[in-house]
Design a protein around this ligand. Structure first.
Ligand SMILES: [Cu+2]
Length: 168
């Protein structure tokens, strides 16, 4: 342990902190949670429990061929389920949309009638440095375990650093 250099420890600590930060900032939101992209899902309720930040991703999970994802241009198209005005269209069954800037975005299913049955989603993306609400972490697949492991790393580092000083 005494041979571990201060610089190595600092480098590891920096890498670890930047990794944690990236994990905490970039969340993946699986649209509709465990129900996924489906007519039976209440997307308003789902979206209201999430915080969407710049850098986050939406993941639409559904049976390919049964549904699709179209991005609508504005509130009016969203309200009227005007699929014809779509900006973008995806149909892989596992479609990832990156939220690359703040603002409101609108999505709907492109299958005839599904949007009118409620298969549509309106989300508001906020700037990445905004404080995150506790609800947002529950949606993320990866950041739930981060805080305890970071705390344990700090404990280990605090224990190791005095030894490395003696080595010089
Ligand atoms: Cu559909």
């Amino acid at each position: 342990m005494a041979t571990v250099s201060k610089n190595t420890l600092l480098l590891v600590l920096l890498l670890y902190v930047s990794w944690i930060t990236e994990e905490a900032l970039a969340a993946q939101h699986v649209v509709g949670g465990s129900q996924g992209w489906d007519e039976s899902t209440d997307f308003n309720a789902w979206a209201s429990g999430q915080t969407f930040k710049v850098g986050d991703q939406l993941v639409f999970k559904y049976t390919s061929g049964l549904h699709s994802v179209v991005e609508l241009a504005n509130e009016k198209a969203y309200k009227n389920c005007n699929i014809g005005s779509a900006l973008d269209s995806m149909n892989s069954g596992s479609d990832v949309v990156k939220l690359n800037k703040p603002g409101t975005r609108y999505f709907a299913c492109g299958t005839l009638g599904h949007c009118n049955q409620g298969m549509k989603l309106k989300i508001k993306t906020v700037a990445g440095n905004a404080p995150s609400s506790p609800a947002s972490s529950s949606s993320s697949t990866s950041d739930a375990s981060a805080p305890p492991s970071f705390a344990s790393f700090v404990l280990v580092a605090a224990f190791l650093v005095p030894f490395s000083f003696h080595a010089f």
